[in-house]
Design a protein around this ligand. Structure first.
Ligand code: FES
Length: 143
């Protein structure tokens, strides 16, 4: 085999080797994407918060709060809980909770949100996303 022939065969074979994975990947039916989304939402059943878990011990007291993922969970009453996005809509800092004011201030630039997620004070101009919380025993389910 001459050098020219070898290079031609290598070029054809090599290009198939490099493009085959692209074809195989494009044959995906997308179920992997669905599984990822479902996994993030714990198979569509919502995020579970076990109130007995030490990470959530602040939720044992009215006015306490804790974070799970991108969500802030607030114990707003004896048997009531509120869940909102913890990501400030201004530039993405993590909001906190002030039980004294019943508001969620952002420490970065001073935005303030109400317990319904509404902007009380800018510079943020978009409300926080809210979630529903269901309590069964010591488990909160956030959806
Ligand atoms: S990131 Fe919250 S006010 Fe700017």
């Amino acid at each position: 085999m001459e050098r020219k022939d070898f290079l031609q065969k290598f070029a054809v074979g090599g290009s198939l080797l490099f493009t085959a994975p692209l074809f195989l990947n494009s044959c995906s039916d997308g179920t992997d994407d669905v599984m990822d989304d479902a996994d993030n939402n714990q198979n569509g059943n919502g995020i579970k918060v076990d109130l007995n878990n030490a990470s959530f011990s602040d939720l044992k007291t009215v006015g306490g709060f804790a974070y799970t993922g991108d969500i802030i969970v607030i114990r707003s009453g004896e048997n009531s809980y509120i869940a909102l996005s913890k990501v400030c809509t201004h530039q993405g800092c993590t909001v906190t909770y002030s039980h004294t004011n019943n508001q969620l201030p952002c420490p970065c630039h001073g935005s303030v949100f109400s317990l319904t997620g509404s902007v009380v004070e800018g510079p943020a101009n978009t409300n926080l996303k809210t979630y529903s919380v269901k309590k069964e025993g010591d488990i909160l389910t956030i959806t």
